[in-house]
Design a protein around this ligand. Sequence first.
Ligand code: NAP
Length: 236
Amino acid sequence: MEDEISREPRHLGRALCIITGASKGFGRTLAFQLSCLLKPRSVLMLVARTTEQLNQLKEDIITLYGGQNQLDVCCVQADLEKKEGVEKTVQAAKETSVSEMDHLLLINNAASLGDVSRFALTFTDPVEVNRYLSLNISGALSLTAGVLQAFPRHLGLRRSVVNISSLCALKPFPSWVLYCIGKAARDMMFRVLAEEEPDVRVLSYAPGESLDTDMQLQARRSSGDLQLRRSFSSMF
Ligand code: NAP
């Protein structure tokens, strides 16, 4: 196994790499990590709603690498809960030009925790529930579908899609009903995709429960289940 891993190329090729939810937290860190794995003249596309944070990240990446990796970093301000946000992101991807691109990499990282202060029986309003599902399930599916359609299978193009998952896809957490539904559905969505599109490399990756991000802060402060809240606090 170790041999197999070490034989993998240590770069991601000349790529169009799209990271959703790149403005902060795990997505921001991923953007830094991936920038140095992309071959010169790749495009790194950073997607989120907050323009200032995206622009700051772009500046920080350029400052760090001083343009030496000839990376084109572009920011897309988009709300992926909305159809327009998904369409805008797909359109922006179509408009990029990566000459001799050999890798399309989409990382579906954007997500929200939802209201974790309440228990399942309080979610009587389907509008509220649908709004949550709209970003965390529908947005991820339609963005992935749109991007894969925009860059269809062809010789010499590697296509990879990543779903940032969670233990909550497998394990029920009391007071986290929306988040658990979203992550479980996304895992299955990507499993179906892997069956349907065998040329696409599909990965669901759960980064662990203790990323010190705003999402974690919300988990520690707001979880309705007291035991869960305590356990997040002690992990912190
Ligand atoms: P975070 O700090 O809350 O960041 C979430 C990111 O998603 C932000 O960049 C946010 O940017 C973006 N986002 C939220 N709503 C959006 C929308 N409607 N449209 C577009 N972008 C949106 O979360 P994180 O902790 O870094 O989590 C990143 C991923 O890791 C998530 O998929 C999460 O489920 C997963 N994860 C996290 C942990 C953890 O312990 N933190 C554990 C396991 C898995 P804007 O607000 O600027 O739009």
